[in-house]
Design a binder for this molecule. Structure first.
Ligand SMILES: Cc1cc2nc3c(=O)[nH]c(=O)nc-3n(C[C@H](O)[C@H](O)[C@H](O)COP(=O)(O)O)c2cc1C
Length: 352
């Protein structure tokens, strides 16, 4: 059904493409378009035909790409938005074809065609909201979550699991990695990845327990890094990972300071004791990490979960600086909203 609807829309737009091409070359078909003012479009107005030729050609192609009949590198969400715009425009043309045009030919021929294409397009866009990832790529996307909280069921881990659940909902293959289980160092500045003709472009020459994790990150379509804020920064182990991941992909010769890598989406989830206002102090850290994720060329996002509940039971701890009642309130009212945001990152991400 989806393919049929797309083919109908695409063919009807293709009809318009041919019509505008002929008009641009001076064919006497002007009574079928734009109010039928001219039979042969004057030379100075043919730019309009060229514009519609390009627009309808792209629309025709977009319908086929949306249904997966033609391949596209453009994000299918963008194509969908474009098709929504085209549908609104075409639907409004029904009105002008019926009531505004002076041309009987345009009224009789173009009105039914416009109605058919609008209906098919509306049906297509309503019924097939988001092309599923499997249709889009023929394989499931791989989404990896990296947790660097030592607490495997703490705030950070909970948020990361929500992101993976959102991704799973879209058919992604997901993996959760607890960095605390792995022994490794940060970059040792060996520069093996910067030597001429090195085989370590996009790979770290250090072979340790981080190696398979770096491989997984490089193979994934989307990676979500989760870390608590420790002493005003991301955790040491997370920083070591980022050092190695970034440096092995960084190029000292490329103008963008980056080797061409597979495009991947990236997100950072930060949790902290501090409240939202105080969390602004760490903006530079969020900025740098986002900048690194952007180098991978995909969609990037971040989530801050502030004022987190740190202990199971505050009465067992010497923590008078924290207002337990307030913390509990945040835990019960705000944290679930953060979980929902984390879930949405996974859910929307896979389709980006
Ligand atoms: C060593 C250490 C240092 C911390 N430093 C900060 C800090 O500088 N700022 C902050 O807001 N919270 C700080 N925290 C609190 C944690 O960031 C916060 O409790 C976080 O939500 C814990 O995440 P988790 O539940 O996933 O382990 C620190 C916690 C620890 C253990």
């Amino acid at each position: 059904m989806k393919k049929k609807l797309s083919i109908i829309c695409s063919t009807l737009y293709l009809f318009n493409v041919i019509l505008h091409l002929l008009l641009a070359f001076g064919a006497p078909l002007g009574e079928y378009v734009l109010g039928g003012f001219y039979i042969v479009i004057p030379l100075q107005l043919r730019i309009v035909n060229v514009f519609f030729f390009i627009l309808w050609l792209y629309a025709s192609y977009s319908y086929l790409a949306y249904a997966g009949i033609l391949k596209t590198k453009t994000n299918l969400k963008i194509i969908r938005r474009f098709l929504i715009g085209i549908t609104i425009f075409t639907s409004s043309a029904i009105f002008s074809n019926l009531f505004i045009t002076n041309s009987i030919k345009e009224k009789i021929l173009m009105t039914p065609l416009t109605i058919i294409v609008s209906l098919c397009s509306i049906l297509l866009l309503i019924k097939y909201k988001c092309p599923s990832i499997n249709e889009e790529r023929n394989t499931a996307k791989i989404v990896v979550a990296i947790n660097r909280s030592p607490r495997k069921n703490g705030n950070t881990a909970t948020l990361l699991r929500n992101t993976l659940n959102g991704a799973k909902l879209q058919g992604a293959n997901v993996e959760f990695i607890n960095l605390i289980d792995f022994n490794y160092k940060g970059c040792i500045s060996c520069f093996a990845c910067k030597r001429r003709n090195t085989k370590f472009i996009g790979r770290c020459a250090v072979n340790d327990e981080l190696t398979p994790i770096l491989d997984k990150i490089m193979e994934a379509d989307a990676v979500v890094f989760g870390t608590p804020i420790y002493l005003g920064n991301i955790t040491g182990q997370m920083h070591s990972l980022i050092e190695r991941l970034t440096f092995m992909n960084a190029s000292y010769s490329n103008k963008k300071y980056w080797h061409k890598t597979a495009i991947k989406n990236g997100a950072f989830i930060y949790t902290m004791n501090d409240n939202r206002i105080r969390s602004i102090r760490f903006s530079y850290i969020y900025f740098v990490n986002t900048l690194i994720l952007k180098k991978f060329g995909g969609y990037t996002t971040k989530l801050l979960s502030t004022n987190t509940y740190q202990f199971d039971d505050y009465s067992h701890y010497d923590a008078l600086n924290f207002n337990e009642t307030k913390k509990k309130k945040v835990q019960n009212n705000i944290f679930p909203k953060d979980c929902k945001k984390a879930f949405d990152i996974g859910r929307k991400w896979v389709l980006k």
